[in-house]
Ligand binder design. Structure first.
Ligand SMILES: [Zn+2]
Length: 255
């Protein structure tokens, strides 16, 4: 029996992404998982507009799932060594691009509990339902983070670790993904689907900004709208179900 499933996750909840894909998702009844930064809802994240409560309700009405992506989207410092590494890389970046990400917020690992807890209760109040999924900002996580998420009642967490998820061998708090950037071609994306189908895997895709036909943005994690649509149609053509992160986690409990 083939259990191949695709999950479409969309990080940060950019308004531009919502405007691009909402009608398409609605017309094709496609359920997606949106990871939101609570304090950015109806405001801005890294200087881009983020969806508001009205948009969230619209997405809810078509079966979308919402997960937490913390309160503030901080870059967590896990240890002194990791801080030194990050610092060295930032200096390199600054020297290379003569600029740095002025929106980057730092936080010590000890702030993680507050970020994961308060973002969860905020979203639960807005949506009047339980929040079960989490995505680590910048893909940074640790054993301690996983323990906190379990204690808070999250059922799963998506990393940015590259790969597919094998049903027999899943750690629900370290879900692997394929991150789509400007450099990702439609061919590559469709090949992930073929590989998942061939090897009976759960493919989780990570999108950020999904934009109109012309790519006039510097943001690395951008996908062209027509490419996104063609790829989704490819998944549908292959008869692979598209499910939310929590739907798949529930489905896995049957194994
Ligand atoms: Zn993010």
């Amino acid at each position: 029996m083939n259990n191949t499933i695709v999950t479409i996750t969309i990080d940060d909840g950019y308004k531009c992404t919502f405007n691009s894909i909402f009608k398409f998702l609605k017309d094709l009844s496609i359920k997606t998982t949106w990871f939101l930064v609570s304090k950015s809802i109806g405001g801005k994240l890294e200087n881009s507009d983020v969806i508001d409560i009205d948009d969230i309700r619209k997405l809810c009405s078509i079966g979308s799932e919402f997960g937490s992506h913390t309160l503030n989207h901080p870059f967590f410092i896990l240890s002194f060594n990791s801080f030194i590494n990050v610092f060295k890389n930032s200096v390199k970046e600054i020297l290379k691009h003569k600029t740095y990400n002025q929106y980057l917020k730092w936080a010590l690992w000890s702030k993680f509990k507050k970020e994961a807890k308060e973002s969860k209760s905020f979203l639960e109040n807005v949506l009047n339902s339980k929040i079960k999924s989490f995505a680590y900002p910048y893909g940074i996580y640790s054993k301690y983070f996983i323990g906190v998420l379990k204690d808070l009642g999250y059922a799963s967490a998506r990393t940015t670790d590259d790969g597919f998820n094998e049903y027999k061998n899943i750690n629900p708090y370290r879900l692997k993904t394929k991150v789509i950037t400007k450099k990702t071609t439609l061919n590559e994306m469709n090949e992930w689907v073929d590989e998942a189908l061939k090897n009976n895997l759960w493919l989780i895709e990570t999108y950020h900004l999904i934009y109109g036909d012309i790519q006039h943005t510097d943001y690395l994690c951008t996908t062209i709208l027509t490419q996104f649509k063609k790829h989704i149609l490819y998944i549908i053509k292959k008869n692979i179900p598209i499910m939310t992160q929590t739907e798949v986690i529930k489905y896995l409990q049957k194994f």
